[in-house]
Ligand binder design. Structure first.
Ligand SMILES: Cc1cc2nc3c(=O)[nH]c(=O)nc-3n(C[C@H](O)[C@H](O)[C@H](O)COP(=O)(O)OP(=O)(O)OC[C@H]3O[C@@H](n4cnc5c(N)ncnc54)[C@H](O)[C@@H]3O)c2cc1C
Length: 381
């Protein structure tokens, strides 16, 4: 067993860390307060090759692997979790399925600008009545001649207000339930029949914007179907298997930031004549935080490593996601405890980390859904 990263992986990690420390972290507080989409930082992520980390260079990506993607995601999310999710959606929910299921033309014309960061993508699965149970979706797609016609509404879609492309999941044959769902590549900007709603006002990850996408007879060529007719549910589920590794890495980043703040504060803050780090109750809190963060990092890297080696990783990515997300929520709660009353103030970054943490237990499958995935794997064995 080898726990070492390669030189190339470490080089990308260093580059992401430097960019995160120098250019992302100083902006994070303001981006959060103003709920501002960091267009310039996203463009720079593209220039650094971080918008298509595991996509081959011939399609605009960096040609690295998922372990590298995890390392980079942790660094960017440590600085700003909102910027982190903008990156993760483009990488794992959009570029990944385009690489896996796309035709040559889709890869050349749609994947390449997305993976190079010249354009931005989003993933449209959730609907008002279909979140954890996406097969209950009502959005329809009909083939009319050589066109596909979309009708329906997607909600909560991360990046939608800023995206050029959406992968929309829609039912082509309601009778066939999940086997009747297809995936369709839909241009979002100034496309007839498409309305992108206003950004939602969110508790955390406020630098990233989420909104609805409404489709009223929105037409695209048949060549924009991603994968086969009726293969959309599989496209969505396999994409989420990999996407969850990215969200686990986002949780690592948020937790790592809160941990670092807590250690620094505990060494500096004095009560009863000594730094609070010297009270064993606080030292043990820090020890627990470090232990759980380590465990989550190992689970996340294991899932990424399995994917990189072409091995099954669905259970392992769900395991990494549920553990890392719940670790992140617990750790950021402890971080506020270490900071006492100051931790409750907006002035201290742990308040933002605590708000950012919660979403990791919700999107790309709630913690309950991850447990369902894990249990299904255990019980079918
Ligand atoms: C900020 C944000 C960004 C998002 N980005 C995207 C995006 O980019 N693309 C996209 O498609 N979606 C996105 N989502 C949607 C997100 O994936 C869903 O909100 C999530 O999957 C849960 O669906 P729901 O909100 O409908 O909750 P519900 O499915 O209604 O679940 C409500 C509660 O019931 C529990 N529950 C449901 N079914 C079961 C069950 N069988 N067993 C046990 N418990 C169950 C859930 O775990 C949850 O606790 C985003 C959401 C948010 C808040």
């Amino acid at each position: 067993m080898n726990f070492d990263c390669t030189e190339d992986q470490l080089a990308v990690q260093r580059m992401a860390r430097e960019f995160a420390d120098e250019q992302v972290a100083p902006r994070a507080k303001e981006l959060d307060e103003k709920a501002e989409f960091p267009a310039d930082l996203v463009a720079k992520l593209g220039e650094l090759g971080l918008m298509g980390v595991a996509i081959p260079p011939e399609y605009g990506g960096s040609g690295m692997d998922y372990v590298t993607y995890v390392l980079a995601m942790e660094e960017i999310s440590r600085a700003c979790a909102g910027t982190g999710v903008i990156m993760s959606v483009n990488n794992s929910l959009v570029c990944d399925p385009l690489l896996k299921y796309g035709t040559d033309r889709q890869k050349r014309e749609i994947l390449t600008p997305l993976a190079s960061g010249r354009q931005l993508g989003c993933f449209g699965l959730t609907e008002p009545g279909a979140g954890s149970d996406p097969a209950a979706m009502r959005t329809t797609v009909r083939q009319v001649g050589d066109e596909l016609v979309l009708n329906g509404e997607k909600i909560f879609i991360t990046n939608a207000p800023n995206a050029d492309w959406a992968i929309i999941f829609a039912t082509e044959d309601k009778e066939k339930k999940h086997k009747g769902i297809s995936a369709v590549l839909l241009p979002l900007k100034n496309h007839p029949g498409v309305t992108v709603g206003p950004k939602e006002i969110k508790m955390g990850i406020r630098a990233s914007h989420s909104s609805s996408i409404s489709m009223e007879d929105a037409r695209v060529p048949v060549a924009n179907r991603l994968g086969e007719r009726g293969q959309g549910f599989k496209v969505a589920m396999t994409t989420l298997d990999a996407g969850r590794i990215g969200i686990a890495a986002q949780a690592l980043g948020i937790a790592a930031a809160a941990f670092r703040e807590s250690v620094a504060y505990a060494k500096e803050r004095q009560t009863f004549g000594k730094p609070i780090a010297e009270h064993q109750a606080i030292a043990f809190l820090l020890a627990d935080m470090a232990t759980e963060l380590d465990a989550a990092r190992l689970l996340t890297l294991r899932a990424a490593w399995l994917k990189d080696h072409g091995r099954p990783f669905s259970r392992e990515s769900a395991t990494a996601k549920v553990y890392a997300a719940e670790m992140c929520m617990k750790l950021t709660t402890k971080a506020i405890q270490v900071h006492g009353g100051y931790g409750y103030l907006k002035e201290y970054p742990v308040e933002r980390h605590f708000r950012d943490a919660k979403i990791t237990e919700i999107y790309e499958g709630t913690s309950e859904i991850q447990r369902l995935v894990i249990a299904n794997h255990l019980l079918k064995a």
